[in-house]
Design a protein around this ligand. Structure first.
Ligand SMILES: Cc1cc2nc3c(=O)[nH]c(=O)nc-3n(C[C@H](O)[C@H](O)[C@H](O)COP(=O)(O)OP(=O)(O)OC[C@H]3O[C@@H](n4cnc5c(N)ncnc54)[C@H](O)[C@@H]3O)c2cc1C
Length: 391
């Protein structure tokens, strides 16, 4: 069997690696000409996502590329401590890891290519049909199954179902940056994200083992346009962010003023429910099938889980159609639950002034009694047994 994988972000090379382990040939087609490990912002892989890297044989190299994150520490707009949320789950050895999103993609891509997966960069897929995709340069690539790992604006999803929903703008534009060698690193909770529900923007900061601080700002606003992004300098964006953050207590404004932006004006989307995941040997994985809001902190983790389960299904099922139905049956309830949880976290970030005051009162109780390690165990404690036969 041979699989054609469209997209070489997180899910694409992960599918390639998992299929390789299952004894299935794969070609991964990525439109970017280079996979730059240093571009863009950071993400956090949950213990479930890290565990999914084990059958792919890349857990060690990925862990070496990041640093551990044990908790989210939440703070209100008045500086009030709202509580903390463990990110390690309840199983022994559970750990979360923060690293550059692009570094994760680069590690997966390098290891897939090294394992013998046919990874082609600069391969922009223009047309998708059952058993065949066509690149913009006219080249056709054929396989028994076409796997769409092409992100939230997926072309493969539309080829499967032209009426499939598009990604939904979640009302937040994202900025990410780093402040190097700052004494403020020592004021932050160690191995944790400090998350601040600021009066005009949501802010997160994480100290690194090198004494730097990586941070992000989510700004509630209409989406940025390509013209706005092209016409706004890095300095101007930082001035704008500083204005939004300067009245909030804590290190946010100072970190932004002293730092460097690595991601600016990135619109964020989610995709709660895609009615049809597969048709005629075409199927979607990762954000192409179910993008959670970035606030869930789970998008990459569940994309990695998808990759493992899809490869198991193709390994164990008698034919492709049964395999794709099995994959959907095993994955849909879980991923839609993650997306719903992410949508709730995202809406907490865009509360108005009154909402903020209510939040300051209610959130400590919620974190103590409702969103606890036990209540989030279904998300973080999820483990996949590669050797188990799936049916
Ligand atoms: C700001 C932000 C913060 C996030 N934070 C977290 C976090 O903390 N934790 C977490 O787990 N997740 C996080 N996520 C989500 C996570 O990044 C995604 O869920 C994850 O990258 C999904 O992987 P994917 O491979 O499905 O899609 P993508 O990573 O989007 O990859 C899709 C790939 O397909 C390629 N492609 C698209 N169209 C074509 C085409 N026609 N031909 C060829 N190639 C194509 C693209 O170039 C891209 O490389 C965050 C996302 C954002 C935006």
């Amino acid at each position: 069997m041979r699989a054609v994988v469209v997209g070489g972000g997180v899910a694409g090379p992960a599918v390639g690696l998992a299929l390789h382990r299952a004894g299935i040939d794969a070609v991964v087609l990525e439109r970017r000409a280079v996979v730059d490990p240093d571009e863009g912002s950071y993400l956090t892989l949950g213990p479930n996502g890290l565990d999914a890297l084990t059958p792919l044989g890349v857990r060690g190299p990925v862990e070496a590329a990041g640093f551990p994150t044990r908790r989210n520490v939440l703070q209100g707009s008045t500086g009030r401590a709202l509580g903390a949320l463990s990110l390690t789950g309840t199983l022994p050895g559970g750990a979360a890891l923060t690293l550059k999103r692009s570094r994760l993609a680069a590690e997966l891509t390098t290891h897939a290519a090294r394992a013998g997966v046919d990874v082609r960069l600069g391969a922009h897929v223009g047309r998708v049909g059952p058993g065949v995709v066509t690149l913009d340069d006219g080249t056709t690539v054929r396989g028994d199954v076409v796997i769409g790992a092409d992100g939230v604006h997926s072309r493969v999803r539309r080829a499967i179902d032209p009426t499939a929903p598009a990604g939904r703008y979640v009302g937040l534009t994202n900025f990410g940056g780093i402040t190097r060698g700052t004494p403020l690193a020592d004021t932050l909770p160690p191995a944790a994200w400090l998350l601040v529900f600021g009066s005009r923007a949501f802010f997160g900061a994480h100290p690194t083992p090198d004494g730097d601080v990586v941070w992000f700002v989510n700004v509630p606003r209409a989406r940025t346009t390509p013209e706005e992004r092209a016409g706004t300098s890095e300095v101007r964006w930082r001035e704008h962010l500083h204005e939004l953050l300067r009245d909030d207590p804590g290190p946010a404004a100072e970190l932004v003023a002293a730092g460097r932006l690595e991601l600016a004006g990135d619109n964020t989307f989610d995709l709660p429910h895609v009615p049809t995941w597969s048709r005629d040997g075409m199927v979607v994985v990762g954000d192409a099938a179910h993008a959670p809001s970035p606030s869930s902190g789970q998008g990459a983790s569940i994309a990695l889980e998808d990759a493992v389960v899809l490869a198991q299904a193709l390994r164990d099922a008698p034919d492709v159609t049964t395999a794709l139905a099995t994959y959907e049956h095993l994955r849909r309830p879980r991923v839609e639950r993650v997306v719903a949880a992410g949508a709730r976290s995202g809406s907490a970030k865009i509360a108005g002034p009154l909402g903020r005051r209510v939040q300051d009162l209610v959130m400590p109780l919620v974190l103590r009694h409702v969103v606890t390690d036990r209540s989030t165990a279904w998300m973080y404690d999820h483990r996949i047994d590669w050797d188990a036969r799936v049916a």
